[in-house]
Design a protein around this ligand. Structure first.
Ligand code: R5P
Length: 291
């Protein structure tokens, strides 16, 4: 197996290769003056199980194009099978038609990747796993929640309350709750489809004087987490910690979350940032071993 180091995930790709004891293949990339992407795989992938590691966080459009170009190059280089490891899968939140006239963006993206030469895909905590069922190739979703929960357990937060900021994230709170050994619950969140405004209502649980860890898949603008922290503080939570798989942290999201009262924000290296304290390499390495 050869690990192609996509320009968006070079370090993660190297960590995965180290775990698997696999050879890495560097990629030269550049952007032309008109904004078009260029990639060149600098190694031989002929007859190899070829794994391209490339997250698609912002700038997601050019990173998706880079991924498609790397898949095309690998296929031209006669790779045996091309598997894309895309920890953060862009466009996954638009996985249905919410308003008339919309696209199912994630399906359109999957079709483009298939056309480019991708035979299989591995992602992590995709927004709705069911979306992968419609992909035109084998697609697997992994969960990094146990790794995030272990991080907090190691910080003496054993027994902390695990909270999902909305119903869709309940499975994450449940998975984390089992590791932290405390209770878990979720908040009711509503988002205005036109303005994007988030409102959160408290659920039926008691967090008074307790430490709470919020678990979510994505932090984008931070609106969801800020609203959740506000509710938790109102109902007497002692300390609030925040964990997410994909720390997009757009604009001043981090500042707003800290100002709302979060003790710490922890993410994974799905999207490299200074909050990426948990690596996905062991999780992805294990999945690749099973290929
Ligand atoms: C939505 O349901 C997701 O799970 C996240 O809660 C959401 O994408 C976070 O976005 P933001 O940080 O902009 O509120």
């Amino acid at each position: 197996m050869k690990i192609v180091l996509g320009p968006a995930s070079t370090e993660l790709g190297m960590r995965i290769a180290e775990i698997l004891n696999s050879e890495t293949v560097p990629v030269f990339s550049k952007t032309f003056p008109d904004g078009e992407s260029y990639v060149r795989i600098e190694g031989n992938v002929k007859s190899e199980e070829t794994v391209i590691v490339q997250t698609t966080s912002p700038p997601q459009n050019s990173r998706l194009v880079q991924l498609a170009l790397m898949a095309d190059a690998a296929k031209r280089g006669k790779a045996k099978k091309v598997t894309a490891v895309v920890p953060y899968l862009a466009y996954a939140r638009q996985d249905r038609v919410f308003l008339e006239g919309e696209a199912v963006s994630i399906e359109a993206v999957a079709k483009m990747l298939r056309a480019a030469g991708i035979d299989a895909l591995i992602t992590v905590n995709v927004h709705h796993e069911e979306a992968l069922e419609k992909f035109p190739f084998e697609a697997k979703n992994l969960s990094a929640i146990s790794f995030l929960a272990e991080y907090f357990k190691g910080k003496e937060l054993e027994g902390a309350f695990a909270l999902a900021p909305d119903k869709g994230a309940t499975y994450m709170a449940e998975q984390a709750g089992k590791i932290l050994g405390g209770e878990w619950g979720y908040l009711e969140k509503r988002r205005d489809r036109y303005t994007g405004q988030v409102s959160v209502e408290k659920g039926k649980f008691d967090v008074k004087d307790k430490a709470v860890v919020i678990f979510d898949d994505i932090i984008s603008t931070g609106g969801t987490i800020v609203a959740a922290i506000k509710v938790l503080k109102e109902i007497g939570a002692e300390k609030v910690y925040v964990a997410c798989v994909h720390p997009l942290l757009i604009g001043d999201a981090e500042k707003r979350i800290v100002e709302a009262g979060a003790e710490e924000i922890v993410g994974t290296d799905s999207i490299p940032s200074h909050v990426s304290k948990v690596s996905l390499a062991p999780l992805i390495g294990r999945a690749l071993k099973e290929l």
